[in-house]
Design a protein around this ligand. Sequence first.
Ligand code: COA
Length: 325
Amino acid sequence: MNTFSRITGTGSYLPEKILSNKDLESMVDTSDQWIRERTGIVKRHIAADGQTTCDLAQQAAQLAIEAAGKTPREIDLIVVATTTPDKVFPSTACLLQQRLNANGCAAFDVQAVCTGFIYALSVADKFVSTGAAHCALVVGAETFSRVVDWTDRSTCVLFGDGAGAVVLEASEVQGILSSHLHADGAYENLLHVPGGISRGFDLADTEGDPRYTHMKGNEVFKMAVNTLGRIVDETLNANGMKKSDVDWLVPHQANIRIINATARKLNISMEKVVVTVDQHGNTSAASVPLALDTAVRDGRIQRDEVLLLEAFGGGFTWGSVLLRY
Ligand code: COA
């Protein structure tokens, strides 16, 4: 008999410190009204000094493990999606494994920026559905505020910190129905942090500070809308499903206007779209599991409902997971 994988627990965590649109008005030339109208964001959470991506990941992971009724010792795979790891190495997944006392199992990070959690969930599904793992912990966690230039109004209003996690277990019932991953490195320079360990951070060819996020917002916006529209069709066609078969859209939380456009493409009412971007801005790899956990815990998402998870991010990368919760 085929083994399938199914989500059995979710968790999420947002750091305590809140940065509101009003707060940003005193930092850069912006307004609460502009940010709300152009992005839908009302506030974002910022990790405290010394609080790391692994700290956020640990909180979310513990809640997911608890919700699944598991103990850390039963976890046999840890995949962490992050763009903002604590250390160059070891991976944040290894640091998390040690924190959780889940020693011995495979643990690694994946890097696909805002699409990171979709990539990580897809990878974990491959492990579980082939029998290579039975109980995987999949986390999206970011301290994205550390790679934001807080004097650049075109980017700093958009991002925040957070973490989300799921436990994915072997199951006779098919939870994950399909996953679809894509990337096109030709768009490297539209959304990137130019500096890095290998290139260094003292770069003559870069306008602005190479330590921080550079983005051509308008071009990213158009690409995101078009690409996410295409992936809706690709995902439904692969499963022989109709738009009306999807109970919930759980999108990457970057901008309410991008989310609205994908919902229109799916012909789904906004009541069936999980929106949390207003509460925490774009938390990159954390945003999809944060939204998922929110709607599971408040009772909107019910067992056996069909969910379409999707994301778009730097690379460019984009992808989707269709699942029966
Ligand atoms: N506050 C006030 N004004 C701002 C501003 C801010 N924070 N940021 C930019 N502006 C100004 C611009 O300077 C521009 O002024 P001008 O017309 O005088 O030149 C004007 O607002 C419009 O800028 P534009 O960039 O065309 O706005 P937009 O409608 O495209 O919205 C984004 C900007 C960033 C919100 C939008 O492009 C976006 O969301 N892009 C995708 C970002 C994203 O999701 N990235 C992550 C993908 S994972």
